[in-house]
Structures are given as structure tokens and as C-alpha cells.
Design a protein around this ligand. Structure first.
Ligand code: URA
Length: 250
């Protein structure tokens, strides 16, 4: 099928579409012997594409895996300190997979891994506003004002957080459990939001990502996404952001 070159390059997991456009503009991409130009299309199955004179790996089968990341694993491809990395959990699939976004070493739960660079880049891009649902346990009890701030915005050093939803709050001894649904993906965001309001997070689990949930996957377990789930992820742009999430039930 004829596709735009930047789309073919991104789909092969080489880089994002935008970066591919830059490579094309810089004259570093050749198609069937000639230097490619911006806007050019090529046959995604048959064209010989070279980047810096090296062949673009022919697109391998795209794989999409949902894992329940255990505590203590790092969301990188390798760790200089020798700690376990999330990609160890999918080694047996024999395909090089990359995490979509990241979870802290002390956060467990739902993480997607794929070799579909184009989809991974789209999902991780802030403009797509994918809902991420976290189960949070904090020390102490939340005041009404803290609940309001979590939902309306918390002032962090990198700016106010976007609107979020707080649901299923319950108090247990000296702790409060609740679910927080955010669509941003800033570094340590949930922990920093809670800390800014004076609450240390003692447990953090991602239990949902868009329409995907952890279901009964135990920590360390994985499952492949179905074709239908992949299609839904690819069409997420049309589904709209957090405004569709259930109203607060505290
Ligand atoms: N927020 C955090 O604080 N940590 C994570 O891993 C994810 C969201």
C-alpha cells in the first residue's frame, strides 16, 4: 500500500513521524535509489528505504503487550545499576518492545509495551490525553479542599495540573484509599500532587489506561492485546478526553 514515507518509517519503530520528516527534509532518506522529498509516498511492502545509507528494517510483526509491572522494576530498556527492567518480562516473546510512557520503580500496575513506534508516540503525546487511572493510598485523611484541588488542579513546580477525577474514596485506619484519573503524564505526577497537599503516598498502582484495565493479571504477568483493543487504541483520538469519565463518587 502507498503510504507517506514518514508514516512507514515511524511504523517500523525507527523514530517518530515528526523526526522522520526532519530526516527526509535533511536529505538523509533514500527511496528506491533517489533522495526522498517531503510529502513523498512509497509502497510500504516493496520500497527499498535507506536512512543514512542503511536499510530501514522491514517492518516486523507489530506486537502489543499489557503487563502488570511489579514493584522494584525500572521502566527502561537496560539499567546501569543492574535492577530488573520491565523488558525482562517480555523477553520470551523474542521481539524488541518499548514501554509506552513510564511508571516509577515504586509504582506497580498497567503498562503497555509495543514495537509500534507510531502508536507509542501518539499515545504518549500530551495532546492525546489518554486517561490513566491510579489506585492511591495516602497517609491521613483528605480535606474537602484537598479533594477539590486534586480534581481542579494542584500547583506543582512545573505548573498547575489539569483537571482530574477522584472516585471511590475510603478511609481505612490512618490511611485513605482513592482512585485518581489523570490524563497528563508528568514525572511522578500523582506522588507530587499528593505530597503538595501534605500526603505521602504509601501505595500507587496504575489500574487503568484508556479503556484497558488490569483485570486479574498478577504482578509480573502479561497478556497480548486483541486486534480489537489495538484498533480502539488507534482510534483513541476520536474518543475524547477525561470529560467522559464517571463523575466523582466519594
Ligand atoms: N504518578 C506517579 O507519581 N508515579 C507513577 O509511576 C505514575 C504516575
Amino acid at each position: 500500500m502507498q503510504q507517506r514515507l514518514q508514516k512507514i518509517i515511524a511504523a517500523a519503530g525507527y523514530c517518530s513521524r515528526r523526526r522522520a520528516e526532519e530526516l527526509i527534509a535533511a536529505g538523509r532518506v533514500r527511496v528506491d535509489g533517489h533522495i526522498a522529498v517531503i510529502g513523498e509516498k512509497a509502497d510500504d511492502q516493496a520500497a527499498v528505504i535507506l536512512i543514512d545509507d542503511k536499510p530501514l528494517q522491514s517492518a516486523e510483526k507489530l506486537v502489543y503487550v499489557l503487563i502488570n509491572k511489579p514493584l522494584g522494576t525500572v521502566t527502561t530498556l537496560s539499567d546501569p545499576e543492574g535492577r530488573p527492567v520491565v523488558t525482562d518480562l517480555v523477553k520470551e516473546l523474542g521481539v524488541r518492545l518499548f514501554p509506552v510512557g513510564r511508571l516509577d520503580i515504586n509504582t506497580s500496575g498497567l503498562l503497555l509495551l509495543t514495537n509500534d513506534g507510531a502508536l507509542a508516540n501518539r499515545l504518549a503525546h500530551p495532546s492525546h490525553q489518554v486517561d490513566k487511572r491510579y489506585l492511591v493510598k495516602v497517609r491521613g485523611q483528605l480535606t474537602n479542599d484537598s479533594k477539590r484541588q486534586l480534581e481542579e488542579g494542584v500547583a506543582l513546580e512545573d505548573g498547575m495540573t489539569s483537571p482530574a477525577k477522584l472516585v471511590n474514596l475510603r478511609i481505612s485506619g490512618n490511611h485513605t484509599w482513592f482512585e485518581l484519573i489523570i490524563h497528563e503524564g508528568r514525572n511522578r505526577q500523582v506522588r507530587r500532587m499528593c505530597e503538595a497537599l501534605g500526603h505521602q503516598v504509601s501505595r500507587l498502582v496504575r489500574i487503568g489506561y484508556a479503556f484497558l484495565t488490569l483485570d486479574n493479571l498478577a504482578p509480573g504477568q502479561k497478556r497480548l492485546l486483541s486486534e480489537r483493543e489495538v484498533k480502539r487504541l488507534q482510534g483513541l483520538d476520536k474518543n475524547g478526553p477525561i470529560s467522559k469519565t464517571k463523575a466523582r463518587q466519594t
